[in-house]
Design a protein around this ligand. Structure first.
Ligand code: SF4
Ligand code: SF4
Length: 717
């Protein structure tokens, strides 16, 4: 990848007593090394991408420690990697975005959970739930419960999170159970500091090799009849061991309040927001003191019955603050208490909203309701006034904005190679009619917004081709699937292409070959081209092995007979190729590889290179497009066909024209789409192409002066 994490990588080297400053996810990365981790793997995805990004770029240092890092091809391969900890006392950590990544990893995770582990196994989960999330809204807790995994949900404080990583490995070993460490978006990005410890080189590692494999032990295979014994051991041995460790090491926190008869049990990850909500109601101060007593669940699975009893017994009432649905924790607490004869009133989802993120405001509303019922004597009027003011402000804004605002959805970067493909697709559908389009995960899903409104379904990463298998046989017109090269290698090759070929499906697939998994931060994939050679850009931070594997050769090798490679920006050629894919008599799978490097990554690479050429006095050319105001017809079909953010409108200088004219803003990177669209869609001839030349040659300087002089001569004074 082109983004440099060298500063973050330096922090991984900090030793005993030195202070780490930075983001939560980087603190976790450092904590892994302090815990003696022997191997790390994962698949990128917000909000945990940085963990792998930093480790991949730190490979030389990790090699000194003997720590192995693997950029896995998907979450399933990352989960399977933890199999190393089943037999060997190796500490291993993997990471991915959840819930989607956990779904992909589900098979391997279940098969890991069944025999359990010898070495500590930690799965760092980016819990993408709530405001700002980018995936389906489900919780990892459900998965942890069904597989009897341990789930940590640490209070978002760097020193505490680091402690929980270290405890997570030890807990995993004590209970022979893999541990999920859940980090919400805010926890990943919370900033702070902590005093470091020295990194621990693992006893068995790339530097200290095992001479013999573990002895054969059928009991460690997730295979019947061992699986029946595993199932009993989960609740008979491992669960009690986990609960003992949690209590003995004080992993959960009981924070006494000034009114101990009122209690709140909160998921650790929500503690900061709860604290802020209590402060709004004048029920807490900024230093951790609060009126109600708090029980912070840094471990949300399993719960410890004695801890729940000891906290709840004798209280007037307890509120359970649990984000997401259903209310597993609340239900379990009620069960645990009833079994022990404790009848303290328990509230939760009856006073707090069932679904969505528990923001400070959401929690404050629940707290007001709780206090009104069980502690009406407490003065929460200030907080209520604050909530009323928010409601009033919302109502006022809603009235003011009675007319809906134009939506401002996210969209492709300027010059993105995927935008022209959707322009071609739009033109195609004008000719042959609307298509069923199976969309996928990746940057190309931006096409689901204006002006393309493209895509009927999204069923998962790399699943587009598979998801149209039931549609194709029912449609008179062929169905189209679109996936990126990231999705192709993640899952699409096996789940989609293989299945379509095996079943002889008649369908069309577009693969956006931009060279990276761009949507997750432009990480490299097995087909990432060695583009650095073209520019001479600095290569020393590229630490993955580059096979430059070809998607095309892979497709041919697996048996794709109809395959075309089209340059993404060539709208005319793309439209013609699509037309032939939908018109051909060939009844099998037709694949179009749309080739064009991710513009974000390209610009990142070439901008410093071009700047260095300019500084060295060398000639550079930057292409820009523009619109001639006098020629622009003002129908804006160019904008509807492109959606490029730098293609905008401005008032016409002509007083006789009321409609605004199109204009190209300064951000244009000269991708050429404007020119291509103008030709392919026969738009008005208002676009011009200009070249901005730095350090021009003497002939170009003279030519420019001559042109300027001629124009001046012909213009009226
Ligand atoms: S990151 Fe790359 S592929 Fe994604 S929208 Fe931007 S230019 Fe396109
Ligand atoms: S040429 Fe057109 S589409 Fe490409 S960056 Fe410039 S304005 Fe945007």
């Amino acid at each position: 990848m082109e983004v440099s994490f060298s500063r973050e990588a330096q922090q991984l080297r900090l030793g005993q007593g030195e202070v780490f400053h930075g983001e939560g996810i980087l603190a976790i990365t450092k904590a892994l090394l302090q815990s003696g981790v022997a191997y790390v793997g994962g698949y990128q995805g917000a909000p945990v991408s940085h963990l792998m990004d930093v480790l991949v770029q730190s490979k030389p240092y990790l090699a000194e420690l003997g720590v192995h890092v693997e950029a896995c091809s998907n979450e399933a391969s990352a989960a399977a990697m933890l199999g190393a900890s089943i037999h060997y006392p190796l500490r291993g950590a993997v990471t991915w975005k959840s819930i989607v990544g956990t779904n992909v990893a589900a098979d391997a995770l279940s098969n890991l959970a069944s025999p359990g582990v010898t070495g500590g196994a930690l799965i760092v989960i980016g819990e993408d739930y709530g405001e700002g999330a980018s995936v389906i809204q489900e919780r990892t807790l459900a998965f942890a419960l069904k597989s009897s995994l341990i789930l940590l949900d640490p209070r978002p404080d760097l020193a505490h999170m680091v402690r929980m990583v270290e405890a997570g490995f030890a807990l995993s070993e004590a209970a022979s159970t893999p541990v999920l460490l859940q980090l919400r978006i805010r926890a990943c990005h919370v900033r702070g500091s902590f005093a470091c410890k020295d990194n621990v080189a693992p006893a068995m590692s790339e530097r200290h090799l095992l001479n013999e494999p573990a002895p054969f032990d059928y009991g460690r295979l997730s295979h019947p009849p061992s699986t029946f014994a595993h199932e009993k051991r989960k609740s008979g041995d491992r669960l009690p061991a986990a609960r003992r460790y949690i209590v003995q090491h004080g992993l959960n926190e009981h924070l006494c309040g000034t009114r101990d008869e009122l209690g709140i049990i909160v998921q650790g990850g929500l503690y900061n927001s709860l604290s802020a909500a209590l402060q709004q109601l004048s029920l807490a101060d900024a230093f951790g003191g609060s009126v109600p007593s708090l029980f912070v669940l840094n471990v949300t699975a399993p719960l410890v019955p004695d801890e729940m009893r000891d906290f709840c017994v004798g209280k007037r009432a307890v509120l359970v603050v649990e984000e997401g649905q259903p209310e597993f924790i609340e239900q379990e607490i009620v069960t645990l208490l009833r079994r022990q004869g404790v009848d303290t009133p328990i509230h939760g989802k009856d006073l707090l909203v069932m679904a969505g993120e528990y923001t400070v405001e959401v929690m404050a509303r629940g707290l007001v309701a709780f206090m009104a019922r069980h502690a009406p004597e407490l003065p929460v009027a200030d907080g209520q006034a604050w909530l009323d003011a928010i409601a009033a402000r919302r109502a006022a804004v809603a009235q003011e904005l009675a007319k809906p605002l134009p939506p401002r959805p996210p969209q492709f970067c300027i010059g993105c190679p995927e935008r022209p493909v959707f322009a071609a697709l739009k033109l195609l559908q004008q000719d042959i009619g609307r298509l069923h389009i199976a969309a996928d995960i990746g940057c190309h899903s931006f096409a689901s917004f204006e002006p393309f409104n493209s895509g009927h379904t999204i069923l998962g990463y790399g699943m587009s081709l598979a998801s149209r298998a039931g549609v194709s046989p029912m449609m008179s017109r062929r169905a189209l699937a679109i996936m990126g090269d990231g999705g192709f290698w993640h899952n699409g090759l096996v789940s989609g292409v293989q299945s379509a070929l095996f079943n002889g499906d008649d369908a069309v697939l577009i693969i956006m070959k931009n060279g990276y998994t761009s949507a997750t931060g432009t990480q490299e994939i097995i087909s990432t081209p060695d583009a650095h050679a073209k520019t001479g850009a600095d290569d020393k931070e590229r630490s993955l092995v580059h096979t430059n594997q070809s998607i095309e050769r892979t497709l041919q090798g697996i048996g794709v007979k109809w395959l075309r490679v089209v340059h993404s920006y060539d709208v005319g050629a793309m439209r013609a190729t699509l037309e032939s894919a939908f018109a051909t008599d060939f009844a099998g799978l037709k694949v179009i590889v749309a080739e064009g490097e991710c513009q974000l990554e390209r610009q990142r690479r070439i901008k410093p290179w071009l700047a260095s050429l300019v500084r060295a006095g060398k000639r550079t050319v930057r292409v820009k497009y523009g619109v001639d105001d006098d020629v622009c017809s003002g129908d804006h079909s160019c904008i509807r066909l492109s959606g490029c953010p730098t293609l905008s409108v401005k008032a016409s200088a002509d007083p006789l024209r009321v409609d605004p004219v199109a204009t190209v803003l300064d951000g244009c990177v000269g991708c050429g789409l404007c020119g291509e669209n103008a030709h392919a869609a026969t738009l008005c001839p208002s676009f011009y192409r200009a070249e901005v030349i730095r350090n021009p040659r003497w002939r170009e300087r003279i030519g420019a002066r001559l042109r300027q002089a001629t124009i001046k001569l012909l213009q009226p004074a």
